[in-house]
Design a protein around this ligand. Structure first.
Ligand code: IVH
Length: 714
């Protein structure tokens, strides 16, 4: 029998080192095709010399499918779990206990790591060769998933030789996980194939590890980080910092966010740092873990009830939770649009009770296909509204699919189904769209008129489909929504007209149009005798209504509820026209010249003023108001941020985002929600996300941390 050639052994080494650069260092040293060529060569040599192949060859990651279930395996040393700390106080008492047990009055070192939200495994290496991979199981006995573990490219089949000798036998403990973006892709593919989607990356990782066929596991984007050891013979470590650096030298993946802290105070700082960068970290974590760094001290502390006394998990408040769908309803908004909303069994997500969750539109409803009785994974990040990210279909007797309503659930009027399309003439030679049209007829005419060019018509869907109630001013929900918006804080800011009271006043005919609100004081005694009202509250309401009668032009434009006219657009319109009258008389051509106003918004404005009932109602309202426009009253006044375009992202303490926005606007800035090359500054608070990256890429000036305060106030 021939012996493996030097060339073959070298080729294996080369592939291993490229794997290391790619999967561990995240820094590929050759192109994918060069790598493929090396791999093909290896396979060729092996097919000609099958007796050379050992299980350590890079070609041997995917083995054969076992006949039945996995065999069980008793861990050589038990896999412990961690006690939890949910707040600062818990953490301080953990430190107090540690110091007391060790009889130390000073600080001690802790090793800090993110707590990976994945599946725990134990990998045994004998003299540097991977011999077994086992799931955690109940901590004592797990399942032997060696053939699946071998398919994970970031797990070395043989450890890299370094100046640190290998252990005779070592159980490397760690976490198998899936990166966030890989998880999204995996679920997207599952949806496309009509297969079951995973509730979260942890379930996906655990499910992938327990596939009987390693070929399936090999297709899953699994990754690994080492976080400890079980049995270890023939090797000693003094502290965790040393252990992790030896792991790295052996080519085992170690989390780069790990750090040593010299006191519990530094641990708290670490927790805050990791929590604030959580969004940017590419994998799911559910807290951080603190471990006494010195192994000798760990041994002195020992364990209690299957958890070590020397470690603790400081958990983040949960941001994702599983609950049950009780019903799916369609809610009618002030513009008549019907929005599907899931009614949920109340669940706490990140410290907030959630019992309703909007599904936004029909596309989202179809994508998720939620049904009564199904499970739903709800996610909330920071102060963002809850989002349904996955539906877990009920195992048996699943309810029927949600039916799209043909009638408005509030007023029983017919509904209209809308879909906005856009057409473009696509030049096949230049391979790009050269002109856009809002009707197919115009597009067809253009193609005909330009028959010398090689053109085709492309259809693009601009909008997600919507359902709209046609009841208009007859639909109670539309009316209620219209007045709720009108009195809201950012609009006319009238206190004392909550949902219930508004509904009563509308039902009893006190309020039919905007101006009626300003007539309420005539009915003071009737109001005082109504349920939920008293002398004092009527007094407060009337005062608030009086105060609101002096209003800035932009607020009035925003309050009347023209579709697509939000606060920023209203400000732009007020700046441009300077008076309500000029705005009302604006033509389509005038409107589209204003910044941020496209044909779509412009036509909504024109449609609004075309309706005679709107004209009459506004005329009456004008008689009740005094409109002011501070910016136009004093055009000479050059303000601090005049002409500057500023975007805001993240949390800016101690002010709310709206307060910062108002401060900037009152000083002449134009505040935008997105970043473009016209943006002058980005104010980036805590937890700033993708806007920060975009601003950096565009070279926009970024105001961060301590600078924010002086930027705004000096
Ligand atoms: S150490 C003796 N470190 O959390 C200490 N565990 O509740 C045992 N986990 O089953 C674990 N990230 O799967 C440790 N950096 C980390 C971790 C971590 C995630 C998991 C692990 C364990 C569970 C403990």
């Amino acid at each position: 029998m021939s012996k493996p050639t030097q060339n073959y052994i070298l080729l294996q080494e080369t592939i291993r080192s490229h794997d290391y650069n790619y999967y561990i260092l995240d820094d590929p040293s050759i192109s994918d095709s060069e790598y493929d060529n090396l791999f093909t060569e290896l396979k060729k040599i092996e097919s000609e010399n099958p007796n050379w192949i050992t299980s350590q060859s890079p070609s041997q990651r995917v083995g054969i499918k076992p006949e039945s279930d996995f065999a069980t395996f008793k861990h050589l040393k038990q896999m412990l779990s961690l006690a939890n700390a949910f707040n600062e106080e818990d953490l301080i008492s953990f430190n107090d206990r540690v110091l007391k047990n060790l009889d130390i009055s000073d600080h001690i070192e802790y090793f800090c790591e993110p707590k990976m939200d994945g599946a725990a495994v134990s990998l045994s290496y004998e003299n540097g060769i991977l011999i077994r991979g086992v799931t955690r199981g109940d901590g004592t006995i797990g399942e032997d998933i060696t053939s699946n573990i071998r398919t994970i490219r970031s797990i070395p089949l043989t450890l890299k030789k370094s100046k640190h000798s290998f252990a005779d036998l070592i159980e490397v403990r760690g976490e198998i996980f899936i990166k966030k973006h890989e998880f999204e892709l995996l679920n997207q593919q599952a949806r496309e194939k009509g297969e079951k989607v995973f509730a979260n990356p942890r379930n996906a990782a655990a499910g992938s590890l327990r596939q009987l066929d390693p070929a399936i596991t090999s297709e899953r984007p699994l990754a690994f980080f080492a976080h400890g050891i079980g049995l270890c013979s023939g090797k000693e470590f003094t502290n965790l910092q040393e252990m992790f650096s030896v792991f790295s030298s052996w080519g085992l993946p170690v989390n780069k966010f790990n750090k040593v802290a010299t006191s519990i105070k530094e641990c708290l700082k670490y927790f805050q740092e990791v929590e604030s960068s959580r969004k940017k970290i590419p994998f799911e974590i559910d807290g951080v873990v603190f471990k006494v760094n010195q192994i000798a001290l760990q041994n002195m502390l020992g364990e209690i009830a299957r958890s070590p006394r020397w470690a603790i998990a400081h958990k983040f408040p949960a941001e994702e939770a599983l609950t049950e769908i009780k019903n799916i309803e369609f809610q009618v908004g002030r513009t008549g649009i019907l929005t599907p909303v899931a009614k949920l069994k109340t669940v706490n997500v990140g410290g907030v009770n959630v019992s309703n969750c909007t599904l936004h539109n029909i596309d989202e409803l179809k994508r998720l296909d939620p049904r009564v009785g199904d499970g739903a994974v709800i996610k909330r990040a920071g102060d963002v509204i809850p989002k349904m990210i996955n539906v877990i279909p009920k195992k048996s007797k699943r309810s029927l699919q949600v039916q799209i309503p043909r009638k408005c659930p509030s007023c029983d009027s017919e509904v209209a189904f809308g879909l906005q399309l856009e057409w473009s003439a696509f030049d096949r030679v230049k391979s790009k769209a050269i002109k856009k049209f809002s009707s197919i007829y115009e597009a067809e005419k253009y193609v005909k008129d330009n028959s010398s060019l090689d053109l085709e018509i492309l259809e693009t869907r601009l909008d997600t489909p919507f359902i709209k109630c046609l009841g208009d001013n007859e639909c109670p929900e539309i009316i209620q929504g219209k007045f709720t918006h009108f009195v809201s804080r950012k609009a006319m800011d009238i206190d004392g007209l909550g949902q219930e009271i508004l509904s009563t006043l509308i039902k009893q005919g006190f309020i039919r149009e905007f101006a009626d609100i300003y007539m309420l004081k005539k009915y003071r005694s009737e109001l005082e005798s109504m349920e939920r009202f008293g002398k004092k509250s009527v007094e407060n309401l009337i005062n608030s209504i009086d105060r609101s009668a002096t209003v800035e032009l932009y607020k009035l434009i925003f309050s009347i509820g023209i579709e697509e006219v939000g606060e920023t657009t209203a400000r732009n319109l007020a700046d441009h026209f300077g008076s309500f009258n000029a705005f009302q008389l604006a033509k389509f051509e005038d409107l589209i010249l204003i910044s941020d106003i496209g044909p779509r918004v412009a036509s909504k404005i024109i449609d609004y003023f075309k309706k005679s009932e709107n004209q009459i109602s506004l005329q009456k309202l004008m008689g009740c108001l005094k409109i002011i426009d501070p910016a136009h009253n004093d055009p000479q006044n050059i303000m601090k941020f005049s002409g500057q375009q500023i975007a805001i992202t993240g949390k800016i303490e101690p002010m709310s985002r709206d307060e910062v926005k108002n401060l900037l606007i009152t000083q002449g800035a134009k505040v935008t929600s997105s970043i473009s090359n016209k943006t002058d500054y980005l104010i980036a608070g805590e937890n700033a996300g993708s806007k920060l990256d975009k601003a950096e890429a565009l070279g926009v000036k970024i105001i961060q941390n301590e600078e924010i305060n002086s930027f705004l106030n000096d």
